[in-house]
Design a binder for this molecule. Structure first.
Ligand code: GTP
Ligand code: MG
Length: 325
């Protein structure tokens, strides 16, 4: 990933084809690399054989889609960073913190602390690696208008007091790039914008190391109501999840997403503690945590799904200074 190859650079893609592909949302070589020949042929108004050639060239250029040998996977895994929650209990539950190259999902009912957790992580991610951070900056996709700079300031002050260092609140705020998503399409689009920003910052001293989506599912849930729209919704969500996962891998970044639980269980979806988004979200998120309220400031997090960690629970507190044990 030294020099960025544009889609115009691919053999067989002239300016007119490039324009059509971009209009259809294929604005990077990576996007073309994972598209199907019929999609590309349709949007670019070219033959399928030509489309296949373009896709193959994109795959080579983007270095996606092939097999990795076990030792290559091991090399990539060596780069995995762990972002500290700032609480021993949560860190232990997740084997040291939230991983980069992964999506960690927090689901739970309103007030369970999802937004508090992700705001705290937007602060922690900026700390140096020695202090449990990822030494980078943050993209925060806010779909419910609940990001609060004042709360970030309290959390930065909380860490200053804890570490005995005078952190500058303004610096922390400067390194959180907040995008308001107005609907689900806009939300998906913001991930592309996030890629552009990450690309721009990747060789600076503040590369994007955390991408937050709060909430992952709220827009989808309110826009796609009724049974007939479920397939559409799932397809869109699937696309969104894969966009996020791609971001995680390309930039060795952690992805944190929040999700609600179903409030009105019916005969088909009986369990009111089940997250929205069904299998699509469940299978793409690498780690899933179920948050629930306990007494006062206390919250309980249960790890419900993970490739290599035991299920378990952690208790933490949401205090004025931020998350604590
Ligand atoms: P929804 O987005 O509505 O689904 O809820 P959520 O899970 O995101 O809840 P959120 O993280 O907003 O948690 C709300 C709870 O966190 C409140 O009930 C408070 O207990 C606590 N909280 C929120 N803001 C503050 C704050 O500024 N200071 C302190 N000490 N606690 C806060
Ligand atoms: Mg919230």
């Amino acid at each position: 990933m030294t020099e960025k190859i544009e889609i115009e650079d691919l053999p067989g893609v002239g300016p007119a084809t490039a324009e059509k592909l971009k209009e259809a949302g294929f604005n990077s070589v990576e996007a073309i690399a994972v598209a199907s020949p019929s999609e590309v042929a349709g949007f670019a108004e070219i033959g399928e054989a030509t489309a296949s050639k373009i896709i193959n060239a994109a795959r080579e250029a983007a270095d996606v889609g092939g097999f990795e040998t076990g030792d290559q996977v091991l090399e990539r895994r060596k780069l995995v960073g762990k972002l500290s929650f700032g609480t021993e209990a949560l860190n232990e539950l997740l084997g040291g913190g939230a991983e980069t190259q992964s999506i960690t999902e927090f689901y739970g009912e309103f007030g369970s602390g999802k937004t508090q957790v992700v705001q705290q992580m937007a602060v922690n991610a900026q700390l140096p690696v020695e202090e449990g951070g990822l030494g980078g900056s943050v993209i925060y996709i806010d779909t419910e208008n609940t990001f609060r700079p004042e709360r970030i300031a309290q959390m930065v002050e909380g860490i200053s007091a804890k570490n005995g260092v005078e952190y500058d609140v303004a610096d922390f705020l400067k390194n959180i790039h907040v995008g308001r998503a107005y609907n689900s399409n806009h939300q998906i689009l913001l991930v592309d914008t996030a890629m552009d920003l990450a690309e721009k910052l990747k060789d600076t001293d503040k590369p994007i190391k955390l991408l937050v989506v709060d909430s992952l599912t709220a827009h989808f849930r309110s826009e796609y109501v009724g049974r007939g729209t479920l397939a559409d919704r799932q397809q869109k969500l699937n696309k969104h999840m894969h966009g996020l996962l791609k971001f995680a891998n390309l930039y060795n970044a952690a992805i944190l997403a929040t999700n609600q639980v179903m409030s009105k269980p019916d005969a088909f979806f009986g369990d009111p503690t089940k997250p929205i988004g069904g299998h699509i979200v469940g299978h793409t998120a690498t780690f899933r945590l179920y948050l629930r309220k306990s007494k006062g400031e206390k919250r309980i997090a249960r790890l419900v799904d993970s490739p290599n960690l035991p299920e378990g629970e952690a208790i933490f507190s949401v205090t004025p200074e931020g998350l604590k044990d």
